[in-house]
Design a protein around this ligand. Structure first.
Ligand SMILES: [Zn+2]
Length: 175
């Protein structure tokens, strides 16, 4: 796995992405009340980002052994993607949908963070690895990429591209 610290740091980014998308799905009409599902999605995203690893530990026993093989079912991309799609569809209809959606965002973020490691991630069938670096290395790249993604989503949903427009203005050479 990517280091636990990296999973936590990317988890907050996943939570913020989930919160922004949930608030967008709930629409501007519910701006005040829409805060609650967004906050739930944020917290669920943080929990979900470490979930693939703690779900495979039998934490209810004293030995805390793994009850399934590391990086198998709990790291199954298709399962997390299905949860994401289903909960997205249920947003605004089912009260638990924001939590499920945030949890799925976190889970997928976890898989993305694990993907570059040699062990790889079983997205659909057998494990696939990007083979970029070994576990714990290059956490900064993983965390940085997650936060750039979060900024893009937040800029789009909450600031309506105000940030990217400002950035373009700064980068544009003076006429
Ligand atoms: Zn993992």
């Amino acid at each position: 796995m990517a280091s636990n610290k990296a999973h936590h740091a990317t988890g907050w980014a996943a939570g913020i992405i989930a919160a922004a998308l949930v608030s967008a799905a709930h629409g501007p009409a519910s701006e005040g009340a829409g805060m609650i599902p967004a906050v739930l999605a944020l917290l669920a995203g943080v929990a979900g980002a470490t979930a693939p690893d703690w779900l495979e530990v039998a934490w209810w026993t004293r030995a805390r052994r793994l009850w399934i093989t590391h990086r198998t079912l709990t790291h199954w991309g298709l399962g997390w993607a299905a949860l994401l799609a289903l909960s997205w569809h249920e947003l605004g209809r089912h009260p638990a949908a924001p939590v499920a959606f945030g949890f799925a965002c976190g889970g997928l973020m976890h898989l993305l963070a694990d993907w570059p490691n040699p062990l790889g991630v079983p997205w659909v069938g057998p494990r696939h690895s990007l083979n970029l670096w070994t576990s714990g290395h290059c956490d900064l790249i993983v965390v940085g990429a997650a936060w750039v993604a979060a900024l893009f989503v937040v800029d789009d949903v909450w600031f309506h591209h105000a940030c990217s427009r400002m950035l373009l203005n700064v980068l544009r050479p003076a006429a």
